[in-house]
Design a protein around this ligand. Sequence first.
Ligand code: PPS
Ligand code: ADP
Length: 198
Amino acid sequence: MTENIVWHHHNVTHEDRCKQKNQKPCVLWFTGLSGSGKSTVANAVESLLLENGNHSYLLDGDNVRHGLNKDLSFSEEDRVENIRRIGEVTKLFTDAGLIVLSAFISPFKQDRQQVRDLHGSGDFIEVFVDTPLEVCEQRDPKGLYKKARAGDIKNFTGLDSPYEAPEAPEIHLKTDEYSIDELAQQVLQHLGANGFIS
Ligand SMILES: Nc1ncnc2c1ncn2[C@@H]1O[C@H](COP(=O)(O)OS(=O)(=O)O)[C@@H](OP(=O)(O)O)[C@H]1O
Ligand SMILES: Nc1ncnc2c1ncn2[C@@H]1O[C@H](COP(=O)(O)OP(=O)(O)O)[C@@H](O)[C@H]1O
């Protein structure tokens, strides 16, 4: 497919863009069940990054599925393609020098591993938003569990579609033990301790 396509080298380099922004780009890859708190915590982290003078961008499953990925369903095949595309987008954004936050269920280990491999060099940070299914279902912020239990939504993650939890995430957030602010601070602390932000 890439036959006859030649890679262009640009005058302004990745290093130039990082230096200009005074940060080391990375992807904070939030993964977890629907209602686990991915969007909520990612939003709180992004606000802290803004306050700290960092340059970031938050990619959110619901929003991206309204645009770039609006042709994709929730079949296994389409979820794989969803994450593949988002992986490529995060690669472009980190190349641009940004700290990228992505909030997708991303239920399959293999797909998350592929995004990790795409980034290489330690800038992929898996953030497991660990919330028991019962708690997610109780929160049910969009009423989707109720609809799924009633049979109105098929292939719902955690019910009739699988979620493969990370085994060794860089950051493990327990949302039933800590507040949103505390969880956001845990993420910022990891970024600081690992030299991504100052
Ligand atoms: N069948 C089914 N299963 C899971 N989720 C569903 C489904 N149908 C719609 N939704 C809504 O879509 C959001 C998940 O989209 P993602 O792109 O993150 O999913 S995936 O990574 O491709 O699995 C998810 O958003 P979050 O609740 O923010 O996770 C739901 O609002
Ligand atoms: N400690 C917590 N961390 C994250 N979310 C929490 C917490 N406690 C309660 N919530 C609530 O849980 C819901 C999580 O929804 P959301 O962030 O949309 O999840 P997701 O993006 O994973 O679907 C929100 O209504 C949020 O206010």
